[in-house]
Design a protein around this ligand. Structure first.
Ligand SMILES: [Zn+2]
Length: 301
């Protein structure tokens, strides 16, 4: 948990161009776009069975509920801003925006797991589709969303939620031997071997993006920039360096930029033996994100 505070602190002092805002709280109605009403009310009222709480991994508290709501709310806000659907926006996409937490991709429609209560990317994807339709009506085609999940753990909850939904493409690139041990079926899964290095990882990513290009043209990307493929991660089994992870971010952001696809980012996992290394990986991610946000400002000014 400490990494979130450290990231925020370093962002404020080292990247003053980043505009920070308080995370709004997702409503029950918003959460219900991706979760069953029974699951939402059981979480909110603290009525999940003990075994379901154990799978989530946190003890229940009112603060835990509020934090989970805000974690989803921040990804919603980031997606809105990236698309230019936020209040007061003249429809101009900012192009890039981010949640400084989120990426809770192990949560599926009616259960949580692996420290994930609500699936922020899934809720944001569905809500943006609805808001996009309301804003543009029939003048524009329906919004298609790609969820690019590069956390070291598979986005099994996200894959489950969108299994039969052709309007959202789920791409997960993860450690084959990392949690979850029984994988779900994403639209595109790339399993990586233990100790996968920068070179092999970046090549696999290039391949994955090329495969997606053949099959899907999104109008919004939600990117889970997990820091846990880092070699110093306690939970990840891959061996990426700081430079490799920064190159990964440039690859993703450049891919989206070349196609002028707005991108909302969530930070997802990161469990460094040394917590400052995790925060360093995330700072590097933000530096790349900021550079691409600046590029967007030139074209839409
Ligand atoms: Zn992870």
């Amino acid at each position: 948990m400490e990494k979130y505070a450290r990231l925020r602190h370093r962002m404020a002092s080292e990247l003053p161009a980043v505009v920070m805002a308080e995370a709004p709280s997702a409503t029950d109605g918003e959460l219900a776009l991706a979760h069953s009403p029974g699951y939402i009310s059981a979480v909110v009222c603290g009525e999940l069975p003990a075994v379901a709480m154990r799978e989530i991994g946190f003890p229940w508290s009112l603060e835990m509920v509020e934090r989970s709501r805000r974690s989803a709310g921040a990804t919603i806000a980031a997606a809105r801003i990236a698309l230019g659907l936020h209040e007061g926006a003249p429809g101009k996409p900012e192009g890039v925006a981010a949640n400084m937490a989120g990426g809770t991709h192990h949560a599926s429609a009616d259960k949580g797991g692996g420290y994930c209560v609500f699936n922020d990317a899934a809720v944001a994807a569905r809500l943006m589709q609805a808001e996009w339709a309301r804003r543009h009506g029939r003048q524009r085609p329906a919004l298609k969303v790609a969820i690019i999940d590069l956390d070291v753990h598979q986005g099994n909850g996200t894959a489950d939620i969108f299994r039969d939904d052709a309007s959202v493409f789920t791409l997960s690139m993860h450690g084959k031997n990392n949690f979850p041990f029984r994988k779900a079926l994403s639209d595109l899964d790339i399993d990586l071997p233990d100790r996968c290095n920068d070179h092999d990882y970046l090549q696999a990513l290039q391949h994955a993006l090329a495969v997606m290009d053949q099959r899907f043209q999104p109008g919004l990307v939600i990117y889970l920039a997990g820091a846990d493929p880092f070699k110093g991660d306690r939970l990840g089994r891959l061996s990426l360096s700081f430079e490799g992870l920064e190159a990964r971010e440039r690859q993703v952001f450049d891919w989206a930029w070349q196609r002028r696809i707005p991108l909302a980012m969530a930070m997802a996992g990161g469990y460094g033996v040394n917590i400052d290394e995790t925060v360093q990986v995330q700072m590097n991610t933000y530096k790349v994100a900021l550079a691409y946000w600046q590029q967007w400002q030139y074209i839409t000014a």
